[in-house]
Design a protein around this ligand. Sequence first.
Ligand code: SF4
Length: 394
Amino acid sequence: MVSGMRPTGRLHLGHYHGAIRNWLELQHQHECFFFIADWHALTTHYEETEGLSEHVFDMMVDWLACGLSPGASVLFIQSRVPEHAELYLLLSMVTPLSWLERIPSYKETLEQSDRDLATYGFLGYPLLQAADILIYRGRGVPVGEDQRAHVEFTREVARRFNYLYGRESDFVERAERILDRLGRNEARLYRQWRRDFQEQGNLESLGAARELLRGLQSVPMGDLELLDGYLEGECRMILPEPQEYLTKASKITGLDGRKMSKSYQNAIELREEPESVKKKLMGMMTDPARKRRTDPGDPEECPVWDLHQVYSDEDTKAWVQDGCRSAGIGCIDCKNRVLDPMIEELRPIRENAQEYLADRAGVLALIHEGCETARDVARDTLEEVSAAMGLSDE
Ligand code: SF4
């Protein structure tokens, strides 16, 4: 699994419920690479780099405080692994310009943003994202619905690369020879699943065959790549095609009813003190139709209701629905029911963050280790990519 986050400084509840909680689960289920995407920040905010390195540090402190563990996942900073940039450059040689121009978010952001984004870096950022994933041969990318197009684009780039550089004249013969060396049962299953996929497009069979390959630990990596490519066609899978891993993210609305975002100044930060959380929550927007305590309201029109979806049990939610619609409860009562669980959720994160902040050298050492681990993996991929493109002596 590979995923990144732009460095916006201290994290808020939107980050926590939108991504981090999923990452906390994933880190115990998969091999995970999580990175702070500081180069991506430059694709749009190249004029505002003041404080960038501190934002990166703050984000890492909050990741650690939330429970992302360097023992369970690789936590690192994108710009400290220059192999991302090298792969980005190599992939740029084979990526048609039209593929980048037709990415749905490109034209939209270009037209709507008040920044000057008519830059090469902004046009190319989906390719940098592709390199971020492919450099770790990421199989899964935890994304929300709105980012599916980027993962699809990454697949297209990988497919084109493999087609250009993974074809070999004796490919089929070599694949069949490797299959002959496998156990009889494994070879039979592989052939059956390959046929199911190629003749009927059965994706479950493709997944089962890939799972089988992952379990063949005594087979050399190069042979596994070849068999992986043979499942779908007749070229070696140098850069595997990733799949989107759709995550269930809870929507956390900001204090003003818009998406929670630091730039809207409507966020509750993870390190926020209880008094400040209370003050912000009590000032949070409610159903605009409920001007007086005696006016009935509609939770569907109220951003506080979104918070109840995250923090409240079914009884409390029923209490809100009845009480709001009948004006039986006031908005302060309603917000108080969210306040306690929110403060309880934030308490350990805030305490952990204080400990990490008191040990800056320790955090920097963890960052260094994570970057080195990421680089080891990235170098392996890059060596193979370079060799396939004719750039190495081997
Ligand atoms: S009672 Fe609760 S749900 Fe209804 S408007 Fe007030 S804060 Fe919103």
